[in-house]
Design a protein around this ligand. Structure first.
Ligand SMILES: NC(=O)c1ccc[n+]([C@@H]2O[C@H](COP(=O)([O-])OP(=O)(O)OC[C@H]3O[C@@H](n4cnc5c(N)ncnc54)[C@H](OP(=O)(O)O)[C@@H]3O)[C@@H](O)[C@H]2O)c1
Length: 278
């Protein structure tokens, strides 16, 4: 007799043959929550690793903490894949680097066959931004772990860009001349990550995901201001000195020619979801 909490059968009417869950670390975050939605819409059970399980939230909530290494064994038990979206820029070494190592160790001990999809950032190797150094280190933890894995690098999601430019509307903004984004739709990205996780074959090379177009920060600001009925900021450009600013001005955050491009444009996303004025 099937219980309401049982995963859906692989073939309707044939109980016992069920889909194994996919674990989403960071499944409560911007990208992870879209991954959970995509899994559930694809009728794949989603397990969410979170420090604070919230009753009624989508998916099976499992309490755990990557920094403390707590709850990881139970979280990885019996899953077919892990989509690793957890991050904490304020505790990058503990969460993104050491926590990723603990996750890999838990997989080695309790579920060595499970594939790990490690979410990273396009261009992180090409810019000395401290958070990007952490992302590179966490990629290295995965690539040297011996676990079956795919590195999935994405450009900034539209939510990030909307927060960045939205915070500066109406006034004077400091900016990097020539800064551009190929931001992507987190819902579309989530589908790509789920496709990778359900594919039995790992990709030996990192896979890049990016939005369909490249826009300057000036145009992104003007568009956001227009949709939100505000004034675009007057831009004051910082001198492009230092590796971080020079890298950004040179487009280190833009995708390479082999990137998978798609999803809604920033304008399309803004019109439907990004018009909250935050
Ligand atoms: N945002 C972007 O534009 C973007 C672009 C490209 C790539 N990425 C990458 O995509 C991934 C997801 O980014 P995001 O923006 O979606 O992140 P986010 O919204 O900041 O979410 C972070 C998640 O990490 C979890 N987390 C934090 N500390 C944790 C800990 N100690 N143990 C377990 N979980 C912890 C949080 O879960 P709880 O609070 O529930 O514990 C939360 O769900 C990151 O690797 C990021 O570098 C992001």
């Amino acid at each position: 007799m099937a219980r309401p909490t049982d995963p859906p059968p692989l073939i309707p009417g044939l109980p016992g043959l069920t889909r194994m869950p996919v674990l989403v670390t960071g499944g409560t975050g911007t990208i992870g929550s879209q991954v959970v939605t995509e899994l559930l819409e694809s009728e794949v059970p989603a397990r969410v690793l979170t420090r604070l399980p919230r009753p009624g939230s989508p998916g099976e909530q499992v309490e755990g903490d990557l920094a403390a290494g707590f709850g990881l064994a139970g979280a990885v038990e019996g899953v077919q894949a892990v989509i690793h979206c957890a991050t904490n820029p304020a505790q990058g070494q503990q969460v993104d680097v050491d926590g990723t190592r603990l996750l890999c160790d838990a997989l080695a001990r309790h579920n060595p066959e499970a594939q790990l999809i490690h979410v990273s950032i396009v261009g992180c190797w090409d810019n000395p931004l401290p958070y990007y150094r952490i992302k590179c280190e966490s990629e290295t933890v995965v690539t040297t772990s011996g676990r079956p894995h795919t590195i999935a690098r994405a450009t900034q999601v539209h939510e990030f860009v909307a927060r960045l430019v939205g915070a500066r509307l109406g006034g004077l903004a400091l900016g990097v001349r020539d800064l551009r984004f190929a931001s992507c739709d987190s819902r579309w990205l989530a589908k790509g990550l789920v496709d990778l996780a359900l594919d039995e074959h790992v990709s030996p090379d990192p896979v890049e995901f990016a939005g369909p177009e490249v826009m300057s920060v000036r145009d992104l600001s003007a568009l956001t201001a227009h949709v939100r009925g505000k004034r675009a900021p007057r831009m004051y450009h910082l001198p492009t000195i230092g590796g971080v600013l020079r890298g950004l001005a040179d487009g280190s955050n833009l995708p390479g020619p082999g990137a998978i491009r798609g999803g809604r444009t920033y304008a399309e996303w803004l019109a439907t979801e990004g018009n909250s004025g935050q």
